[in-house]
Design a protein around this ligand. Sequence first.
Ligand SMILES: Cc1cc2nc3c(=O)[nH]c(=O)nc-3n(C[C@H](O)[C@H](O)[C@H](O)COP(=O)(O)OP(=O)(O)OC[C@H]3O[C@@H](n4cnc5c(N)ncnc54)[C@H](O)[C@@H]3O)c2cc1C
Length: 473
Amino acid sequence: MKRALVWFRRDLRLTDNPALTAAVESGAEILPVYIHGLKQSPQLSEGEASRWWLHHALEDLAWQLTEHGGTLHLTQGESVLSILSRLVGEYEIDSVFWNRRYQPAAVKLDRSIKKQLQSDGIEVHSFNAGVLNEPPAIKNNSGKPYQVITPYWKLCRNIEVDKPRDADLSNTKFMKSIGLNVNDHALLPGTSWDAGLYETWTPTRKAGMNQLVRDAKDPVSDYGNDRDMLSIEGTSRLSPYLHFGQIGVREIYHKLAGMGDKVMNGYVRQLYWRDFAHHLIYHFPHSVNRALRPEYEQFPWSLDEEKIERWRRGQTGFPVIDAAMRQLWQTGWMHNRARMVVGSFLVKHLLQDWQSGADWFWDTLVDADLPNNTMGWQWVAGCGADAAPYFRVFNPLRQAERFDINADYVMKYIPELAGIPGGAIHEPWKLTPAELEHYGIKLGETYPERMIDLNEGRDRALEAYQEFKTAKV
Ligand SMILES: Cc1cc2nc3c(=O)[nH]c(=O)nc-3n(C[C@H](O)[C@H](O)[C@H](O)COP(=O)(O)OP(=O)(O)OC[C@H]3O[C@@H](n4cnc5c(N)ncnc54)[C@H](O)[C@@H]3O)c2cc1C
């Protein structure tokens, strides 16, 4: 009997997993493997919150495999290639199956691994499990990659999406192996700051599927209206499940796409934004840590660690910004609208480099995802594809008035302000000393003074962007 190694990466599921399905259908005996790289490109490593999620996702996958009589072989080391080569030798493997990744470092690594394994006489089979349309397949009429979402979406939404095909695991023979325990990867935090993550999430496939089924029953019908509202669950919150591949994007697509134009143009369109992010990072690999639009390379960001730290800690003195940053810290997730608002505040009002924001998100989001995070931050900073124009500076107060109408979001994450009635909560600096005393607030002590004047910050940003653009012409 032939032996096949199935290498799991960001496809931590047994359904809609073409690499697993193909390996099973080849009739081979299967060795399911997860390799935790100890010394790899930061692009392939995880931030703290994602490590927490990964721990649980691996436990969950291992458990699901056990139910089918298999064992997830966990291993770790500095060189993924040498680990694979060792496993191939030790378990007398004939072929290796994996699903493709699109981050530049992953593409490079996968190519070199494929070359080496093939030259050692091992068959390598790779598949698409992560996106609706793979980046190399999509080009505009001039044969170039897209940089604007609308034409990209118009083209892609008409391309048929493969139906998920599951492996029949009932008769599959899994190889016996002894690897590490999930705990050996030391993914959980040393000091326990993760109580909020446990309260917010159940990081298993089953929990993600329950969320998806809930959305499919009430087919994200109010998504268009609700998705921007900060205090309600108007979005799917499936991003971490999608990032780790506990649920396949095609599984979601095929559950929802047949439900009419409203769902297609609302919720499903977001899945194409996700695809677009993969498209950009694949075709513009420099954009991982440099502006996608090269003219922005020289933008004179300032670097003020104290300001960035106040932003990170939710101590800016602007309740809606602070609520969002505290939501991130406590739950490992932040509402999309809030991501745009806090991002704009950091790069425009405070003129800090978008990468300082992207780095913090990377470390604190359970859904930290290189393509989405890079695209999101470059959109906010105006230096990416199809980005917000430089003169679009979100006003946190207007955003709060529109999207946190009853101030529920601010009250939830900033309980020290919760007594202030109505819209006044968004501008505590406008309260009289008597009002402050009445609500038990000491600005600068119980809640910070606002760190800048919003109008001044906006004018400074517009001036800096304008000067920069003029100098470039
Ligand atoms: C500055 C900034 C940073 C971001 N960083 C990340 C990140 O690290 N990881 C991440 O997954 N998303 C990121 N996003 C995109 C978006 O905010 C999240 O995907 C979304 O909030 C996740 O919540 P949800 O699952 O409820 O989304 P839903 O609205 O329910 O959307 C469904 C899925 O579509 C995808 N999606 C939705 N909106 C976007 C978008 N704007 N761009 C790309 N894909 C999208 C996600 O995979 C999401 O799970 C970022 C956005 C900004 C502005």
